[in-house]
Design a protein around this ligand. Structure first.
Ligand code: ZN
Length: 325
């Protein structure tokens, strides 16, 4: 017969090994639960950030509705504005009516591209690079209403409705960002170092509304836009402005005479402008839509004609995009 002490020790060891075996069996599921909880909390944080930003936007731009902004499906980028505001975005990808793969569950066009969406032409739509041009943001929201309709989606759209949130939400709104930089003079075009600051002093008399920044791409909002261009690889970029009431174009393709009511009227090239950087330097067509008024958007019908003409031009100029892998 074994001594009692030995039996107790053996039983104790058996219990320990049973408990630790159970614990290690539980560990993966506990880790999974913790990861799920963290992901759920991250999702809630992002939704709260977007909703909070929508509330601020709606209270400053009377043409926008809270529900419209909240339901648009925006997600915040990892990068934030100079003052920590969310930089929001949304991809709209062709649906069942187009002969390409359907949208992924998270709406990420780049993730979907592997499934064939790279074949559809890609448009990057930018609103509010100048914070005091509220009509530009309102037009982007008018177009989002079109893009919500699956049948309108023959192309992949990446929509950045308010790329200068600090300027837009400043009281009063400012053209520049929180660092008083004109983001549309801050892109690293090849002539920036030689000309941006000297042109600003000489040609604008150091106009504070047109300050190009201490150096090219000094601003987080500029760097975010550059990152979007690099990742999304648009076939065309549309940046909405006001109030010059015209269409400007930079890029290698022949421009259209007009988009809807906006007639082509080139306004020149500036060091650090998006048209200079993406249109001339990167060789992408850049449409600069200058609406007639800074605070009042065009009618829905006028806006729709511009939207339609843009798609006609893109289809005409990128027919091979349908075949591209
Ligand atoms: Zn502008």
């Amino acid at each position: 017969m074994k001594p009692l002490k030995f039996v107790v020790i053996t039983l104790f060891a058996a219990c320990i090994s049973l408990v630790s075996a159970k614990a290690s069996a539980l560990k993966p599921s506990l880790n999974r639960a913790a990861a799920n909880a963290a992901a759920a909390s991250d999702k809630l944080d992002k939704a709260a950030a977007v909703n909070g930003f929508c509330a601020d936007l709606v209270s400053n731009i009377p043409e926008l509705q809270m529900q419209q902004c909240r339901d648009a499906g925006f997600k915040p980028a990892k990068l934030k504005s100079s003052q920590g505001r969310p930089l929001i975005m949304r991809d709209f990808t062709p649906g069942e009516h187009a002969a390409v793969a359907p949208q992924t569950s998270n709406g990420d066009a780049n993730a979907s591209a592997k499934g064939g969406l790279g074949r559809a032409p890609r448009i990057l739509l930018i609103g509010g690079i100048h914070g005091d041009e509220h009509a530009a943001i309102a037009v982007v929201f008018q177009w989002i209403e079109r893009l919500k309709d699956d049948r309108q989606r023959r192309m992949v759209w990446r929509v950045l409705p308010c790329v200068n949130p600090d300027g837009t939400l400043a009281q009063p709104s400012t053209r520049t960002n929180a660092h008083k930089v004109d983001l549309n003079r801050n892109f690293p075009s090849p002539d920036w170092n030689a000309q941006a600051l000297t042109d600003w002093r000489r040609k604008t008399g150091s106009d504070p509304r047109r300050y190009p920044g201490p150096r090219a791409a000094s601003e987080p909002e500029t760097r975010w836009l550059m990152q979007q261009i690099k990742e999304f690889k648009p076939d065309a970029i549309v940046s909405v402005h006001a109030p010059l009431n015209l269409l400007d174009f930079d890029g290698p393709q022949p421009p259209p005479d007009k988009l809807g009511f906006l007639r082509l009227e080139p306004i020149g090239v500036y060091p650090g402008s998006l048209g200079n950087y993406a249109g001339r330097h990167l060789g992408m067509p850049v449409f600069t839509m200058e609406l007639p008024r800074a605070t009042q958007p065009p009618s829905a019908a006028q806006s729709e004609r511009v939207f339609t003409d843009l798609q006609v031009w893109v289809n005409k100029n990128f027919p091979d995009a349908q075949e591209r892998s």
